[in-house]
Design a protein around this ligand. Structure first.
Ligand code: NAD
Length: 507
């Protein structure tokens, strides 16, 4: 696929898309005005009226076509993901394309059941009945980061459409072209053109989207921006989902399968150049296995091949955002100045691209920035701990709580340790992978965010949950209505004492 076919340059464009591995200019997109963005929302809203009225089965059938077009044009998508995002072709396929294709198929099959009206049995007012029904919200504003410029926003877009909404997507200014490519595929799938819009711009464009009349915002990005988004949504009383930063700990128990743990941690730390909100960002290895685990991780890290992801012989690609390289360098230098030991890497990779060498640090301590702040780069800091209790305590000593990992051969013990860790998801003996399970909820606790994407919870969040309460038998009146009479009061009081005055087994 030639560069020309995926490059776009629009008049008045001012945001450049750069290949992070080479510095090559891939295309330019406009920094759109608030007025243009508000118009896009209005168009999506108009298109949503008919779309929202379609039976959900019909919407699922239409959206399913997107997965087919995606697989027909998979090479184009992988090529652009690799060139604009710096990621390896295997990561583009496994962590972006397959995730979306599978998510579309999964929700196209299961969403009708998930959004069926749900009866609520009433325990006291048995002559009446209640049920919930799930109604499209209207227009969902999706604001996306650069690390997974396809799977994150397009997965959320497909779920929103299935739920009956229109979508306006603002991709990251670092990776705007892939969002345009995603819309190109959407049009090729013969879906309603105005229903899904892509607008481009920087932070101000995201702010304009929130101000443009959307009914719900799905934001994925940093904690700092997430707080601004939450405040802007709060000001307008728009509900939102916030998928924010992570600092995933890996707790390695004394009985862990060290072969598996070392491979998993190496992949979990360096996949996508460490630019995953769920990346292994700190390792707590109990004293008994620490040295053996470090030796294995260092061995794996030394074998990693870094470079331009256009070649299939690369394990670790470029970093998508130039400023992130500087942040990673600062965290590593500060750790080393405070006593950390560089076992592998430790420096920027060679130019012209944006690379940081896969880096393993030992002698790390909990007070170091590298153990406390999000790194979002290919760095694995490892700390020796005396036992699992210390590991769990330190794992929980963080303002973030997105993902966490536990390694042990004893599955039941692993589940018990997992339940003690404060995180949205804890995996036992694996890393990262649940993002590829559309049936499981994705989201964090503490400052890692609010709400969930994926799963029936994420799908229902894209709907207004409405409650209908109706009569099951015809009665002339309810006893608590006017007029209030002493006889009625006495009867109600007698009934209340009977019901609430004693525990059921004392009656
Ligand atoms: P970022 O917060 O800088 O930007 C995210 C998006 O917000 C961009 O599109 C940006 O233009 C937009 N934006 C900036 N200011 C805004 C404002 N005031 N109002 C509205 N929108 C605004 O994040 P990033 O650097 O693109 O992404 C990296 C971060 O995302 C990391 O912290 C990472 O952990 C997080 N992330 C989280 C998840 C998750 O699922 N929890 C997934 C991927 C990335």
């Amino acid at each position: 696929m030639g560069a020309a076919a995926t490059s776009i340059t629009t008049p008045g464009a001012s945001i450049k898309s750069i290949n992070p591995a080479t510095g090559e200019l891939l295309g330019e997109v406009p920094d759109q005005s608030a007025e243009e963005i508000h118009t896009a929302v209005a168009r999506a809203r108009a298109a949503q009226v008919d779309w929202g009225k379609l039976p959900i089965e019909a919407r699922c059938r239409r959206v399913l076509r997107y997965a087919e077009v995606l697989m027909e044009r998979v090479d184009e998508v992988i090529d652009l993901l690799s060139r604009e995002g710096g990621k390896t072709r295997q990561e583009a396929l496994g962590m972006e394309v397959i995730v979306v294709a599978d998510l579309v198929r999964y929700f196209a099959k299961h969403a009708p059941k998930m959004l069926e009206p749900e009866p609520i049995p009433l325990h006291l007012m048995k002559h009446r009945a209640s049920y919930l029904h799930f109604v499209p919200r209207g227009v969902i504003g999706i604001i996306a980061p650069w690390n997974f410029p396809f799977s994150i926003p397009i997965g959320e877009t497909m779920m929103s459409l299935i739920a009956g909404n229109g979508v306006v997507l603002k991709p990251s200014e670092v990776t705007p072209l892939i969002a345009h490519k995603a819309r190109e595929l959407y049009l090729a799938a013969d879906l309603p053109p105005d229903l899904f819009q892509v607008i481009t711009g920087r932070g101000a464009a995201g702010a304009a989207l929130i101000d443009g009349g959307i009914n719900y915002c799905v934001f994925t990005g940093s904690v700092a921006t997430g707080k601004k988004v939450a405040a802007a949504c709060g000001e307008r009383l728009i509900p939102c989902t916030l998928e924010l930063g992570g600092k995933a700990p890996a707790v390695v128990c004394a009985d862990a399968d060290l072969d598996r743990a070392a491979q998993a941690i190496t992949w979990g730390g360096f996949a996508n150049s460490g630019q995953v909100c769920a990346s292994v960002e700190r390792v707590y290895a109990v004293d008994k296995i620490h040295d053996e685990l470090v030796a294995r991780i260092v061995g794996h890290a030394r074998e990693l091949r870094q470079g331009n992801a256009a070649s299939d012989d690369v394990d670790v690609g470029a970093m998508a955002w130039d400023q992130q390289v500087a942040l990673v360098e600062k965290l590593v230098n500060s750790a080393v100045a405070n006593g950390a030991k560089v076992e592998v890497g430790g420096k920027r990779g060679p130019g012209p691209g944006q690379f940081f060498q896969p880096t393993v640090l030992t002698n790390c301590t909990q007070d170091m920035d590298v153990m406390r702040k999000e790194i979002f780069g290919p760095v694995l800091p490892i700390m020796r701990v005396s036992d699992e209790d210390e590991a769990v305590r330190l794992a929980n000593d963080s303002h973030l709580g997105l993902l966490a990992y536990v390694f042990t051969k004893d599955r039941e013990h692993g589940k018990r340790v997992a339940e003690r860790i404060e995180a949205g998801t804890v995996m036992v003996n694996d890393v990262l992978a649940t993002y590829a399970c559309p049936e499981t909820p994705w989201g964090g606790v503490k400052q890692s965010g609010i709400g969930r994407t994926h799963s029936s919870h994420g799908l229902r969040d894209l709907c207004d949950t409405r409650h209908v309460n109706h009569d099951r038998i015809s009665l002339p009146r309810e006893v608590w209505w006017y007029p209030y009479k002493p006889g009625t009061f006495k009867a109600l009081l007698r009934g209340a004492k009977l019901l609430f005055g004693k525990r059921p087994w004392q009656r």
